[in-house]
Design a protein around this ligand. Sequence first.
Ligand SMILES: Nc1nc2c(c(=O)[nH]1)N[C@H]1C(S)=C(S)[C@@H](COP(=O)(O)O)O[C@H]1N2
Ligand SMILES: [Mo]
Length: 347
Amino acid sequence: MAHIHLPPGWQGREQDAPDRSTYENRRTFIKKLGMGTVGLAAGTSLGCTSDGGRSAADDPTGPLDTIPANAPREGYPAARNNAYPVPERETSSRLITSSYNNYYEFKHRGDLKKVWPLTGDYDPFPMTLAVGGLVEEEQTFDVAQIIRSMALEERLYRFRCVEAWSLTVPWTGFPLRDLIDRCKPLSRATHVRFFSVNRPKQMPAATGGYYEFPYYEGLRMDEAMNELAFVATGVYGEPLPKQNGSPLRLVLPWKYGYKNAKAIDRIAFVDEEPPTFWNDEAPSEYGFLSNVNPNVPHPRWSQAQEEFLVDEDTKREVDTQIFNGYDEWVADLYPEEPRFPTQPMAR
Ligand SMILES: Nc1nc2c(c(=O)[nH]1)N[C@H]1C(S)=C(S)[C@@H](COP(=O)(O)O)O[C@H]1N2
Ligand SMILES: [Mo]
């Protein structure tokens, strides 16, 4: 159904990017070769089991049929916080946002974006959120309880993937700093790590491939405490569909999409810059900061423009803005950010 017609170069870029880049780091490549052999066999039997043990009733019938039935519904739709307008473009359709996704635990081969049909076995709730590292005390929260206890608001944000496509999305959720306050980090914590849930029995591509999950991301504390940093629990006035990161995902609108870890079940506070999933995969292509910046090309393509996806049939090329249009909120965090066209570099 929701099929996007993209020019060949565009398809090629998306489909090669992660796979080709894994070959650039020899150590990673060798490690992956070893894993690949084991993974192939495991993948095959896993496929049989899950096909055989699954009723068609579990399979989603469309991209909007993937909101977990037991997701908390109190507080939806939440009132829009109008402090972050996106005046220059329209809101992307709900269908495009829920049918055009990146979620490597579900799919990292072929038509990467068709994630929703593969989410039938994934039951996000119940989920716990474990908090550790440099904190006053380690804690484990129930995610549904966190969602119920936060004051939910809606924020319309630009969303820019490093692959040069973008959306405008009305997220529902709460400021990341409200969650961090509950975690009680020690003052010597300089960074915070986020880990996505890893459920190989529920996520068809979480084993047997080139990638080692869980997916992990990180921020400096000053970035995490910035007012823009948001935790989404919903989108378009309802709880998050599974493919968009149910039950909790990060939304960092001034950074490339891959910083927005989905389905977070663990947070750790640390005192040094932590490793991140894509930086470990391809250090020359994906840095730690990963701020949206039209002046800094990706080593294999320009970042000066993006394909803004309006709906399944409509896309428009628009100029990419520094910090994705959020200069006013985040410029002070990054005195080094290039303001003029420069050479590719991973930041
Ligand atoms: N756990 C996890 N989180 C992830 C990813 C992923 O593969 N796994 N992909 C990232 C990338 S590359 C993007 S562009 C966004 C996509 O979010 P969306 O599908 O809700 O648009 O999720 C990010 N978070
Ligand atoms: Mo992305």
